[in-house]
Design a protein around this ligand. Sequence first.
Ligand SMILES: [Zn+2]
Ligand SMILES: [Zn+2]
Length: 162
Amino acid sequence: MTGVLLAIGTFLLMEPLTALIHRFVFHGFGMGWHRSHHEPPRRALEANDLFPVVFSSATIALLSIGVWVGGRSILVPLGVGITAYGATYLVVHDLVIHRRVPWLRIPDRVGRQLRTAHNVHHLYSRAPYGFIAPVVPRDLRARAAARGIDQTPRAITERCPG
Ligand SMILES: [Zn+2]
Ligand SMILES: [Zn+2]
């Protein structure tokens, strides 16, 4: 039972932690990779996709230590919570918000609020930095609504027809 609670707690903590990493790492020294996600998409994969490779590798290492090294089993529920967040992030950010898989037809109403919130980040490269529970500054939300531009679609076929 403790393990389940630890996994759920880790999952919940991952959102504010991810927002901080997005703010201070991606928009800091990690901008070399992250910039590709803020420019118009040119290829199916972008340099920014290297971040999930790094984070999932670290999580696999964490889980491996938890499973194979004695006295480190507490790392397993932490790894499970992080993995669950990563999977949720993939679905919410890449599939629902950015629609990176063009043949996966997602109805417009699904995740509309999250897409609107994340669009504010793409328009101004400022808050919200979170993905699943984004905190959008009121003034930026109003400015984005007035501009009426949706910069979230990242499927290549939608941006470059033919
Ligand atoms: Zn994005
Ligand atoms: Zn960003």
